[in-house]
Design a protein around this ligand. Structure first.
Ligand code: TV1
Ligand code: CA
Ligand code: ZN
Length: 408
């Protein structure tokens, strides 16, 4: 017995589908769905599956996805594969979705920002339709559990794809499962708060609800110049300044909040910022339910991120939101150093079910040898300090304090 128990007083549901985990975006693409297998095996190793109801996801329908996305885009996504792509590009229905080519573009883009060129953010890969409609199905099933009161916290680590637009893929995201989940939740609840701790700005979700006062979006993210060596290169996607507060002149104005952050933010700084801002937003907005995008690329040592959070602090954000005591949808998102993603989401699954894991991962739970190749921190611990990336101490306390005041 390792002391893992069911939570008292609330119910957790876990939504997954193993088919999603076996997908490949391409050899060098940073998005690795197998990080979900790593996470799942840690979760199973600790016995956390006994503390929640587990649901195998079924694919979302085209009609469901079209409640936000353009029906032509949905049709394209439902048919696209490496073998059908060229033919679909010639189809006049989709031809107008091909963006003009700019000089200096290093990848050829097809309709809806999709591409078969190596190096594309949103590649067309084998079985991609299956992947897209399954992660969306898992998020919708999770949202429906909350809406029907059959769950208090619903989890889908394969969801959280916050950059997808109405008729365009962006930043590894094709279907915006978050927007679809919020639309489902608005059927029952008057106000939904969306919080996004992925290191990237949650631009797709913000844009979808920029005219909608029934949804408040709040993203914490790296913002500004990527690094000193290339002054013109902005951290992706380049939006989400503090002045960005929802669409001016509409009733949605003031219902978007953005917390742009410099490189290298640490646990103490992030925790202070998060609790001050989320605490005030919750008091002021009084949401009936919360959707939390738990992107793990805000951890130290992430392959794409520039923050220095430990798993402990990342988890404290989840614990803080859970303690607010309203129905909660927990979604994944980014996270590009797979072993850290698995540890974070396993720890956060434990938090959701009121369990505490021991600080050291027993040797027999260490999931996959391939996860420990590459740089540092393969020592089997769960929450420790990561090898900080090179961006340290660029993030100043006085700037962070100003931000809390500006957002009041
Ligand atoms: C193929 C192969 C694609 C190697 C993409 C990093 C790659 C990146 C690759 C990459 C990469 C980005 C841009 C592209 C500006 C664009 C899930 C024209 C080593 C939610 C999405 C980041 C983050 C997109 C998604 C970003 C999420 N960074 N290697 N691409 N150019 N795109 O900068 O928020 O985590 O990097
Ligand atoms: Ca974010
Ligand atoms: Zn991200």
């Amino acid at each position: 017995e390792n002391g893992i128990t069911r939570p008292k007083g609330h119910k957790v549901t876990y939504h997954y589908n193993s088919t999603v985990e076996d997908m490949h975006f391409g050899k060098t693409h940073p998005m690795k769905p197998w990080r979900l297998t790593l996470a799942k095996h840690l979760i199973l190793g600790y016995g956390l599956q006994h503390t929640m109801d587990t649901h195998e996801a079924v694919a979302a329908g085209k009609d469901q996805v079209s409640r936000f996305h353009d029906p032509h885009y949905v049709e394209f996504l439902s048919q696209v594969s490496p073998t059908t792509f060229d033919e679909l590009c010639r189809d006049p229905r989709f031809a107008k979705a091909i963006p003009p080519k700019h000089p200096g573009d290093n990848v050829d883009l097809g309709p809806y920002n999709l591409s078969t060129s190596p190096g594309a953010d949103c590649p067309v890969f084998a079985d991609m339709s299956t992947y897209l409609f399954l992660y969306t199905g898992a998020t919708l099933a999770a949202a429906r559990q909350l809406v029907s009161d059959t769950s208090d916290i619903a989890i889908n680590w394969s969801g959280g794809l916050h950059h997808a637009h109405k008729a365009e893929a962006s930043g590894f995201c094709y279907i915006n499962d978050i927007v679809l989940a919020i639309l489902e939740m608005l059927k029952r609840w008057p106000r939904v708060l969306y919080i996004d701790i992925d290191v990237h700005h949650g631009d797709g979700v913000e844009e979808a609800f920029q005219r909608e006062p029934r949804v408040m979006t709040l993203s914490f993210h790296r913002y500004g110049t990527y690094d000193e060596s290339q002054p013109g290169h902005k951290f992706f996607p380049g939006t989400g300044d503090v002045s960005d507060r929802g669409l001016r002149g509409t009733i949605g104005e003031h219902f978007a909040l953005n917390v742009p952050i410099g490189a290298g933010i640490d646990d103490r700084q992030y925790g202070g910022l998060f609790e001050a801002i989320v605490g005030r937003a919750f008091e002021a907005y009084k949401p009936s339910a919360i959707v939390l995008q738990c992107g793990a690329d805000s951890l130290g040592g992430d392959r794409l991120g520039q923050f220095n959070l430990n798993i402990k602090q990342h988890g404290e954000c989840i614990a803080f939101v859970k303690a607010l005591g309203v129905p909660l949808l927990l979604l994944g998102g980014g996270g590009y150093t797979a072993r850290n993603v698995a540890r974070a989401w396993c720890h956060e699954t434990a938090l959701a079910t009121d369990n505490t894991l021991p600080p050291n991962i027993p040797m027999d739970l260490i999931p996959e040898p391939r996860a420990f190749q590459g740089h540092g921190n393969g020592n089997g611990q769960l929450y420790p300090a990561f090898p900080p990336n090179k961006h340290i101490n660029e993030c100043k306390d006085d700037q962070l304090e100003m931000m809390v005041k500006k957002l009041d």
